[in-house]
Write a protein that binds this ligand. Structure first.
Ligand code: NAD
Length: 283
């Protein structure tokens, strides 16, 4: 079997062209969807992500701004900036780019963002709504993965989904979204014993570890659907995922590449959430 590749770049282009029309309609009603991204410090990877988010917003007509703060900014000063954004009716979405410097308590910041503007879907209120299956902002990477599966009409119900990684932004919520779709979900992580025995049972394998080639064909069964979330920069500057793509290609039924896989979908779902916020759909 040779897997069908789920190209996140192509799918995100399709979704963005639909969003462009939605934004156009909103603008005709005098609603200009607006996303404010707060960047603290000058981590090059964060700068590049933030610029990508601004570019993508502009592509679909969402107005966006980046507020850049020195990495010496205090937690109190950052909370003040968020307070101002929370109270500004023209700002529909607020995103504070992570990671933050160590002297700032990340959870204090996330919990201070108005849940109605929490387009990252990281606020505990929105996480609670997601867990209880209510409509809300879904975290962008997990939502992007779900959208990729749906785009291929892949049945999730009844499948055994194995998630490797248990971070709050990827591993945990993607498992929850698949559970909401009636998958049977198993989580694996750095302390899991006999990883290979578990991953070989997966119908859907989501890999969010952050190490190149942790999964190859020996870890998967025939017909598996492999979702590679990892983004790893190699010494030569190129990007690679967590999965040995070529080796899994011959066993999987579907597989996502890196680049042009989950990455572009993450930004696209951020745009989706910003439009949803502008429509006032999350209260
Ligand atoms: P993280 O470091 O917070 O979590 C990594 C997880 O992997 C942990 O839960 C850990 O227990 C597990 N792990 C580590 N080594 C393991 C091993 N040998 N076997 C099994 N589990 C192991 O990372 P994260 O924020 O969840 O991100 C994971 C990867 O996904 C990174 O490469 C990150 O860059 C990428 N990422 C991509 C996107 C995207 O849009 N494509 C978005 C977010 C993160």
């Amino acid at each position: 079997m040779v897997a069908e590749v789920i190209n996140g770049k192509d799918l995100s282009m399709e979704l963005k062209s639909e969003m462009k029309k939605e934004v156009h309609d909103l603008r005709n009603k005098n609603v200009v969807p607006h996303l404010t991204v707060v960047l603290v410090g000058n981590n090059p990877a964060s700068e590049s992500y933030v610029n990508g988010k601004k570019r993508a917003s502009e592509e679909v007509g969402i107005s966006s701004e980046i507020i850049k703060l020195e990495d010496t900014v205090t937690e109190k000063e950052l909370l003040k900036v968020i307070d101002r954004l929370n109270r500004n009716d023209k700002v529909h979405g607020i995103l504070v780019q992570l990671p933050l410097p160590n002297h700032i308590h990340v959870q204090h910041i996330i919990e201070f963002i108005d849940p109605k503007k929490d387009v990252d879907g990281f606020h505990p209120y929105n996480i609670g709504k997601m867990m209880t299956g209510q409509d809300t902002f879904l975290p962008c990477t997990p939502y992007g993965i779900l959208t990729m599966l749906r785009s291929k009409n892949i049945t999730i119900e009844g499948k055994h989904a194995v998630i490797i990684g248990r971070s709050n932004i990827v591993g945990k919520p993607v498992g929850q979204l698949l559970l909401n779709e009636n998958a049977t979900v198993t989580y694996c992580h750095s302390k899991t014993k006999n990883l290979k025995e578990i991953t070989r049972l997966a119908d859907i394998l989501v890999v969010a570890v952050g190490k190149p080639n942790v999964i190859d064909k020996h870890y998967v069964k025939d017909g598996v659907i492999v979702i590679d979330v990892g983004i790893n920069r190699l010494d030569d500057g190129s990007l690679t995922g967590d999965v040995d793509f070529d080796s899994c290609l011959e066993k999987a039924s579907y597989i996502t590449p890196v680049p042009r896989g989950v990455g572009p979908m993450t930004i696209t779902m951020l745009l989706h959430n910003t439009i949803k916020a502008a429509k006032g759909m999350v209260q």
